[in-house]
Design a binder for this molecule. Structure first.
Ligand code: SAM
Length: 333
């Protein structure tokens, strides 16, 4: 392993804290379910893991990790797939039960910065946003979804207060010509909102986040991954999850509350009696935030939050995604 732990173009976030929680010095098998540029994988291997199974749904990320896998002497297995299926992938790769599962959810800098991937309103490109490079794209969603469904996506996944107004503007614009580029979508969204004031985020920020989440079913994937991790972890194994916005963090927090034996406050789906056998014991009482030094070096880290918990001996239990607060928005068009 070389000394470079960042790979090209993506600086790993909260990596020291994640590795400390996973404690790979114990040896054993670890699953890095969001390989990206391999920052976590390198650090987990360097800290003494016997083996890492690394998963990413993006074929470019997997291709970028080949040299690392070849140089690992059989310690790194790379698989293209979704982390919602991580238990099946781990079984098939002989990596279950595992002593750790790491999730660093969201997009990588490589994805965000590559105009042809269509994630960014800052760089014009085809309106794509598919992490896995397959299935319906953002253009498919934006040009075919009913106005109401678009408004729901913007409201639930972007927490956009002007969701209805923006959805109406999208439907009017696409009637003139299909919306095929990130620049045109950004202009349509900006045109539906008051002018941006200095210091405000770009008016398309929330809409782009919402559409990206819908295209990749990011919240559904996260909910499935948490349950899959519970099934795959050995007793004493650690789940470490880094999220980048409150929608994601809330899902992780509720999952750990539910599987930690406590009902989330105010949940209609809460069990009537507390669970007797918690599947996880918390390692972090509150979400861990990056240090001032880390955010100074890497401003993209500023909204990151880590939650970690240790697997108990209790049997895994299915958790209804609605109980985790995954909004009931229809799948992408
Ligand atoms: C923030 S990056 C991870 C960066 C990585 N920790 C590093 O240090 O380089 C997130 C990665 O997760 C992948 N990803 C997102 N959702 C996924 C899913 N449902 N299944 C598998 N991979 C996913 C993305 O393609 C992206 O490469």
């Amino acid at each position: 392993m070389g000394p470079n732990v960042s790979g090209a173009g993506h600086v790993p976030v909260l990596a020291d804290e994640v590795v400390r929680a996973l404690d790979p010095g114990r040896g054993g098998v670890y699953v890095d379910a969001t390989f990206g540029a391999g920052g976590y994988t390198r650090a987990i291997l360097a800290a003494g893991a016997d083996r890492v199974l690394a998963i990413d749904r993006d074929p470019d990320a997997i291709a970028g990790g080949r040299a690392l896998a070849d140089a690992s002497g059989g310690r790194l297995t790379l698989v293209q797939g979704r982390f919602g299926d991580l238990d099946g992938i781990a079984e098939a790769a002989g990596a279950a039960p595992a002593l750790g599962v790491a999730l660093d959810v969201g997009v990588s800098s490589m994805q965000l910065d590559a105009a042809p991937r269509g994630f960014s309103f800052m760089r014009d490109g085809p309106l794509d946003m598919r992490m896995g490079q397959a299935g319906p794209s953002a253009a498919d969603l934006v040009n075919t979804a009913p106005e109401r469904a678009l408004a729901d996506v913007l409201h639930h996944y972007g927490e956009e207060r002007a969701a209805r107004r923006i959805a109406r503007a999208i439907v009017a614009a696409r009637a003139e010509a299909p919306i095929e580029t990130t620049a045109r979508l950004a202009a349509v969204v900006a045109g539906a909102l008051p002018p941006q004031r200095p210091g405000q985020i770009h008016p398309a920020t929330r809409s782009f986040q919402a559409i990206r989440i819908a295209v990749n079913d990011e919240l559904g994937e996260l909910a499935r991954a948490l349950s899959a991790a519970e099934r795959v972890l050995a007793e004493g194994g650690v789940l470490a999850v880094v999220t980048f916005h409150s929608l994601e963090d809330r899902i992780v927090k509720r999952f750990l509350q539910l599987r930690g034996g406590r009902a989330p406050r105010g949940s209609r789906h809460a069990p009537e009696t507390p669970e007797v056998e918690p599947g996880f014991a918390p390692l972090t009482r509150k979400a861990v935030e990056p240090s001032a030094a880390e955010t100074a070096q890497n401003p993209r880290a500023r909204s990151a939050r880590l939650r970690a918990a240790r697997r108990t001996a209790a049997p895994a239990r299915a958790v209804d995604p609605r109980a985790l607060g995954v909004p009931p928005v229809g799948a992408a068009a």
